[in-house]
Design a protein around this ligand. Structure first.
Ligand code: KG4
Ligand code: ZN
Length: 340
């Protein structure tokens, strides 16, 4: 039997300080997440300076906790995987510096991981049979990408947002309805009480780029609708606005994604990123993929939003592919997928 590979993974690209221990890329021994959401909610969004400071306070505790829960010692680790981009530079630097310090002190190899590669790899954890190639929709607060996963560590971005990311649109619309931050989960639950057909919001297509997305027109349309109501002295029905907006986002994400899956001849499709935890999005893809005989994969909600287990899964495949980072590894806020 081959030796087990244990990865200590660290994630600090935005507002979660997270560490995990992952065995052989697919078995999570611990997944510790210290969320700063309640802190940033006071300001209606993530404040980068506060995020960096909080990461510094929490990072060592979170790493120690991940090792303790997994019941392993640092010296049993085969590699330390850390998100080095994309993300907030000050936030990324905390995780990268911690990982470099541990690697330097112990001699354990260091592996820099792309945050989006982590989101995609979250699918490997609970779907043991999933192997590339497949198409993955990554929809988070900072990204909306359609990715061809050609192999482990081999990616081609075939579609991207031209303006707002899907999660960003959720957050901005939620703020306009008065729901607060983060908007995604709040719109998700309020939508259950609303009528998704009550208001027709636009479904944008990007001319000449059929797999690309655009959400800023939709967001403006919701804001105009709310202003129109208020100018007429009417109170908008928040649940109907939420449900109609959410339906418009989901329609665009499903149509573009399944169009790509069909046209490029794939039979497997996965979703990832914070927006992938949306209950209606998951139900819609579940139904549509069953109708179209496409195998559909998605992580549990806790593995959709930022976490370190997904970085451990991605780090494992980089490790067995021979990737190692030097102690000169730096945070790269606009790191592109597939680049080193
Ligand atoms: O992947 P993630 O945790 O962080 C980034 O890498 O950006 O995604 C966070 C985003 C936020 O915009 C949040 O509002 C959205 O994911 N989100 C959701 C849901 N849960 C989180 N959007 C829609 N429905 C949800 N249930
Ligand atoms: Zn993320």
């Amino acid at each position: 039997m081959e030796k087990d590979i244990l990865i200590l993974a660290i994630e600090s690209s935005c507002d979660e300080t997270a560490a995990a221990v992952v065995k052989n890329g697919r078995e999570v021994l611990s997944n510790v997440i210290s969320s700063q959401i309640s802190l940033h909610a006071l300001y209606g969004g993530v404040v980068p300076e506060i995020a960096s400071r909080k990461h510094i306070e929490k990072i060592n505790q979170v790493i120690e906790e991940a090792l303790r829960v997994a019941g392993v010692s640092l010296f049993q680790m085969d590699a330390i995987a850390v998100t080095y981009g994309p993300g907030l530079v000050g936030a990324l630097l905390v995780g990268v510096s911690a990982a470099k310090a541990i690697s330097f002190a112990t001699g354990i190899p260091l592996i820099g991981v792309h945050h989006i590669e982590g989101h995609i790899s979250a699918n490997y954890i609970e779907n043991k049979e999933l192997e590339p190639p497949f198409i993955c929709l990554v929809a988070s607060g900072g990204h909306s990408h359609l990715v061809e996963v050609r192999g482990y560590g081999e990616y081609t971005i075939i579609g991207r947002t031209r303006d707002d990311a899907a999660g960003e649109a959720f957050d901005k619309v939620a703020r306009a309805i008065g729901l607060g931050y983060p908007g995604g989960p709040k719109i998700d639950s309020l939508s259950r009480e609303g009528n998704p057909k009550a208001i027709h919001f636009p479904r944008a297509k990007v001319v000449g780029s059929e797999y690309d997305f655009s959400f800023s027109g939709l967001k403006s349309s919701v804001l105009n609708y709310l202003n129109g109501c208020r100018m007429r002295g009417e109170e908008p029905v928040a649940a109907d606005v939420a449900a109609s907006f959410q339906k418009a986002v989901i329609d665009v994400l499903t149509e573009h994604s399944l169009h790509a899956v069909r046209e490029l001849g794939y039979d497997k499709f996965a979703i990832a990123g914070g927006v992938a935890s949306n209950s209606s999005l998951r139900d819609t893809f579940e139904k549509r993929c069953a109708q179209e005989k496409i195998r559909f994969y998605h992580p549990s909600p806790i593995l959709c939003t930022d976490n370190a287990a997904m970085i451990g899964a991605a780090g494992y495949y980089e490790y067995i592919g021979g990737v190692r980072s030097g102690l000169d590894l730096n945070a790269v806020p606009n790191l592109r997928l597939g680049e080193r």
